[in-house]
Design a binder for this molecule. Structure first.
Ligand SMILES: [Ca+2]
Ligand SMILES: [Ca+2]
Ligand SMILES: [Ca+2]
Ligand SMILES: [Ca+2]
Length: 305
């Protein structure tokens, strides 16, 4: 009888993989198994291919994860086969058994060609290749404003959103953008469904997010809220006293972009109060002077007599 190798898998308890959930094209994956040569001659360049399969039968038609080459294996010897890399991006979402096929292309002549695959039967790998769905609702919590509606009262918004969903795993959080670019993106990330930006100047601002699931699939960027704020341009009919109460920005001391109309009216108002006080003092002095003069004249007339 001619000597031949016969490659087989060792017990699948000696095989395994490093995680129970992967993102297709995203997660670093490791798989290993142990193979033995039961034949009477050694084998070289043994290809061990790892596959994901929905069922318990493993063929080349299943999803190839990757392969490892074992340079040589002498008769009766055994070796571990190991593969690591990014889990392939072409494997659809779902639950899979992980298995391996030795010499899948059948380039090694063996005593038995039908004992060359095995798989891990006691667990399945969850593959999530599906991006999450972005939030469906977003509310602005400070006062009452509406998205894409101009207003002049709230310049310090705070946002909260809801409705994001994920298939196969869960929503991990959101990349978020806040700024004046309608197509803005950012690497800023929050795992809370909310964002509280600082106060803004006049303008149109976009609250945008991009939802990410726990394995790293991301949705496309979407605008949740368009915030429009513009301080009303004051005209001469405005009452300056009310203005300074309503809108602290109009305070001439604090306001960097100063409103000259406002200032003049404010200052006029102040100087009126000052002038009134001055007038009272002057009147008092004049009246006192006149009275003094009358007393002086009265006394002078009487002294002469
Ligand atoms: Ca075999
Ligand atoms: Ca299969
Ligand atoms: Ca073979
Ligand atoms: Ca997902």
């Amino acid at each position: 009888m001619t000597d031949k190798p016969d490659l087989v898998s060792e017990y699948n308890q000696l095989a395994g993989y490093n995680t129970s959930i992967v993102g297709a094209g995203l997660t670093e994956f490791e798989a290993w198994c142990k193979i033995r040569n039961l034949g009477t001659s050694s084998a070289n360049n043994i290809k061990v291919s790892f596959y994901a399969s929905k069922d318990t039968t493993f063929t080349k038609a299943d999803y190839l994860i990757g392969f490892d080459i074992i340079p040589s294996l002498s008769s009766t010897a055994s070796k571990e086969s190991f593969w690591s890399g990014t889990f392939p991006d072409n494997i659809p979402s779902g639950n899979y058994y992980i298995g391996w096929i030795i010499d899948a292309d059948n380039s090694i002549d063996e005593f038995n060609e039908y004992n060359n695959y095995n798989f891990i039967w006691y667990s399945k790998l969850l593959v999530d290749a599906t991006p999450p769905l972005n939030p469906t609702e977003c509310v602005q919590l400070n006062g009452t404003t509406e998205s894409n509606i101009l207003q002049d009262t709230i310049n310090n918004p705070e946002f909260s959103w809801s409705g994001a969903k994920d298939s196969h795993t869960d929503v991990a959080g959101y990349y978020y953008y806040w700024g004046e670019d309608p197509y803005g993106t950012s690497t800023a990330f929050t795992n809370l469904p909310s964002y509280d930006p600082p106060a803004i100047n006049n303008g149109t601002y976009y609250m945008r997010v991009c939802t990410q699931d726990i394995v790293g699939n991301i949705a496309s960027w979407t605008t949740l809220y368009i915030f429009k704020f513009e301080i009303k341009i004051n005209n001469t009919n405005d009452e300056p006293v009310n203005d300074s109460i309503d809108n602290p920005v109009d305070d001439p001391v604090d306001d960097p972009i100063d409103n000259p109309v406002d200032d003049i009216e404010d200052e006029t108002n102040d100087s009126i109060n000052v002038n009134l006080e001055e007038n009272l003092i002057v009147e008092f002095i004049i009246i006192t002077g006149i009275l003094g003069l009358l007393v002086f004249l009265f006394l002078k007339v009487h002294m002469k007599r």
